[in-house]
Design a protein around this ligand. Structure first.
Ligand code: HSE
Length: 405
């Protein structure tokens, strides 16, 4: 039997306990041992719940118990999660976490610490909820140079954009429902402003390149400016607006970006709906791969956490090497990245057309008959800097969304 401790009895912590209980037999079969939750650390008490007999409020009880081999961090945030993870590794216990903030900021350092102690620091659930993507990058796609990872990595924003697309609802009305369903972060700004997706693409990029990609160096734009009219254009064009997190290597270097994208219907991420996430990976040998599944929520996320617990149990005193050095990856200046834009303008197309044609050359105009005094156009590919300069000459631009159209 392997004894573990779970830190935090919130949505994910409770999910981990539930998965371990419901699938006890198959998990023991895979791990080679029965997995027993000996302690659950939480500030609160749960008097009407069977979990109460395992609740402790003092982390030292867990640290000082030599029977505890694996600590599952399901608290979220940096403090005290970082300190707790470090202390667990320093006390000879492997750590499994679902905490993307912790992994994005301290992943390389905690991996080094785990390696030095022949332990494991595992974090499959930190990106894409239940989707296996960390393990495939680290253990399966090792014959390839990864040239691109593009993903829908935030369930809350995908839920919001899907509802806006399917039901024509405005942004605010849908955010409330996502919060009620428990998908959103404690501070939903992290979801809607793109920071959560930014941390997740930073983790994937770091693993793909073996170097530290700092999430605060990634160009990040959220979905708060997307309106129901933008969504109307998307539908008219048989396209979808999605929050896409990308890390791509082009001739000039590697860039990373999180932003809404207007995706054509053939794009691998266009048909990802609701709370689902998807990750599209391109390798120079394997070609294109797509991983898809529920990116948030109690049981899908807990499934990934428990998968890591099983892996840690199968590797006692054996470090599973992960390719992620503390050295930084130099990202390409986003201004130099080529992209196409969908641009919406308030005004008469005839009064603007000559100027736009002169600035952009070839563009595709879009006019929706029911929308008066406005139009849109889709550009060819230019760098972000060139777009900014061109668009500064056009008045009354109300939206500009990067696009694959
Ligand atoms: N708030 C996150 C999301 C939870 O919506 O994807 C999973 O990381």
């Amino acid at each position: 039997m392997i004894n573990i401790a779970v830190l935090g009895y919130g949505t994910i912590g409770a999910g981990v306990v539930e998965v371990l209980e419901v699938n006890k037999k198959i998990i023991a079969h895979h791990a080679g041992y029965e997995i027993n939750v000996k302690y659950v650390l939480d500030l609160r008490d749960f008097p009407n719940d069977r979990i109460q007999e395992k609740i402790v409020h003092d982390y030292n009880i867990i640290l000082q118990d030599p029977q505890i081999k694996i600590v599952v961090e399901a608290m979220g945030g940096i403090n005290p999660a970082y300190e707790f993870a470090r202390k667990a590794l320093e006390s000879g216990k492997s750590v499994v976490t679902s905490n993307k903030e912790l992994v994005a900021k301290h992943g390389a350092e905690l991996l080094k610490l785990a390696k030095e102690s022949s332990l494991n620091f595992l974090f499959e659930a930190s990106v894409g909820g239940g989707i296996p993507i960390i393990r495939p990058l680290n253990r399966s796609l090792t014959a390839d140079v990864i040239t691109e990872i593009s993903g829908i990595l935030n369930g809350t924003t995908n839920f919001i954009l899907t509802k806006m697309q399917m039901e024509g609802l405005p942004f605010d009305a849908v955010l409330k429902e996502a919060q009620e369903r428990g998908y959103a972060e404690r501070n939903p700004e992290a979801d809607v402003e793109g920071h959560d997706a930014g941390r997740k693409i930073a983790i994937l990029s770091s693993l793909a390149h073996g170097l530290q990609v700092d999430y605060d160096k990634i160009y990040t734009e959220g979905i708060t400016k997307i309106t129901d009219i933008d969504v109307k254009y998307a539908k008219y064009l048989d396209a979808s607006i999605r929050l896409v997190a990308t890390c791509k290597t082009v001739e000039a270097g590697t860039y990373a970006r999180v932003s809404p994208m207007l995706l054509d219907s053939d794009h691998p991420l266009a048909d990802v709906y609701d709370v689902y996430n998807a990750v599209h990976v391109k390798g120079n040998m394997v070609g294109s791969l797509k991983f898809q599944g529920q990116g948030a929520g109690k049981l899908p996320t807990a499934s990934a956490v428990v998968g890591d617990i099983v892996d840690a149990a199968k590797h006692p005193h054996i470090n599973i090497p992960m390719y992620w050095d503390e050295q930084k990856l130099e990202l390409l200046d986003i201004d130099l990245v080529p992209v196409k834009f969908f641009v919406r303008v308030i005004g008469d197309i005839n009064e603007n057309r000559e100027k736009i044609d002169n600035l952009y050359g070839n563009v595709k105009y879009v006019l929706i008959p029911s929308l008066v005094n406005e139009f849109a156009f889709i550009t060819e590919e230019f760098t972000e800097k060139e777009h900014r300069e061109k668009l500064s000459n056009i008045i009354n631009v109300v939206s500009k969304i990067r696009t694959t159209l």
